[in-house]
Design a binder for this molecule. Structure first.
Ligand SMILES: [Zn+2]
Length: 311
């Protein structure tokens, strides 16, 4: 009997441990290798820096389309590809460029009547002076973050509906996000939140910033809850207009959402020496931090989902 008792106790403790690991894994489970492959592929030289309107950008899009269709995600409307036209701000020789956003959705289980848009831009700045700007951190890393969340939610459905928006032409003035927001009532009249990623992979201080709480103080406890359980130091900031250039409110694709009254949380690292340089390549990504950062954004998406479903 003592042996049985001991064995039962042991079994009970083991089961509890396994269950708690399973609960965490369920909340933030995604394929690490697929995430690394995403960055390595998008930031490869043959993608030529993925500038909107270039062959390399089209190659990046084809790769992402294959990932999305292989995973069995549903398009938003009749197609995953949503084209838009814009006139670039900088002289590029092209009076008008056609960009293409990739949009897919995951239906929520909670019938909340709310849709959360998870976004990341897949374009980068292309080549300059004969050098390829590979854009591994900016923003292949953010695309990997969006795909990691999609994968996690597919395995364990969210409460709210989710749209995943892989935006084009961010580097030419947030053009993909602007086009999306212009049409958002047609795309989905229930859009209630934007979670945007731009640069998730480089920090030698294990720090990831989240911006947006300044504009929506009610999100502070949501972010604090995320910060208490993630493997990076999650810092709120970069969202107060008084900060001037250090206010990131309009620095990436969440800007057009904010301008249109949609609450946002933006996740990204501070600027670093590889920012918009040819050295922003896959091989120099700190893999440990990047994977911790991805785990963080998957858990954050879960937390925002719970918050929105309850409020
Ligand atoms: Zn970017």
């Amino acid at each position: 009997m003592p042996f049985m008792l001991k064995s039962k106790l042991y079994l009970g403790a083991t089961l509890a441990a396994v269950m708690s690991i399973a609960a965490v894994a369920e909340d933030a489970s995604f394929d690490r290798n697929a995430a690394l492959e995403t960055v390595e592929t998008l930031a490869a030289d043959n993608m030529g820096g993925r500038a909107a309107g270039t062959d390399g950008n089209a190659m990046a899009r084809a790769y992402l389309l294959e990932r999305i269709t292989d995973a069995g995600f549903e398009p938003v409307g009749p197609s995953f590809e949503h084209q838009f036209k814009f006139t670039p701000r900088l002289p590029t020789g092209a009076p008008e460029i056609t960009g293409t956003n990739l949009l897919f959705r995951i239906a929520g289980a909670g019938n909340t009547g709310k849709t959360i848009v998870v976004s990341a831009h897949y374009d980068h700045v292309g080549t300059r002076g004969g050098q390829i700007f590979n854009g591994a951190d900016d923003n292949a890393s953010g695309v990997a973050g969006a795909l990691a969340i999609a994968e996690a939610l597919k395995n364990n459905p969210p409460e709210n509906d989710f749209i995943f928006a892989l935006f084009d032409a961010e580097e030419m003035g947030l053009q993909g996000a602007r086009a999306f927001v212009r049409n958002r009532q047609m795309i989905d009249p229930n859009i209630a939140f934007n979670i945007n990623f731009d640069m998730l992979s480089r920090s030698d201080k294990n720090e990831l910033y989240v911006a947006g709480v300044f504009h929506r103080p009610e999100l502070k406890p949501v972010v604090e809850s995320v910060a208490s359980k993630v493997p990076v130091t999650l810092l709120m900031g970069h969202d107060d207009p008084a900060l001037g250039n250090n206010d990131w409110t309009f620095a990436s694709d969440h800007g057009p959402f904010h301008s249109d009254g949609v609450p946002f949380l933006y996740f990204g690292v501070e600027d670093h020496p590889h920012y918009h340089r040819p050295s922003d390549v896959y091989d120099s990504i700190p893999v440990d931090f990047f994977l911790r950062s991805l785990e963080t954004v998957v858990m954050a998406a879960r937390e925002v989902d719970r918050h929105l479903a309850a409020n």
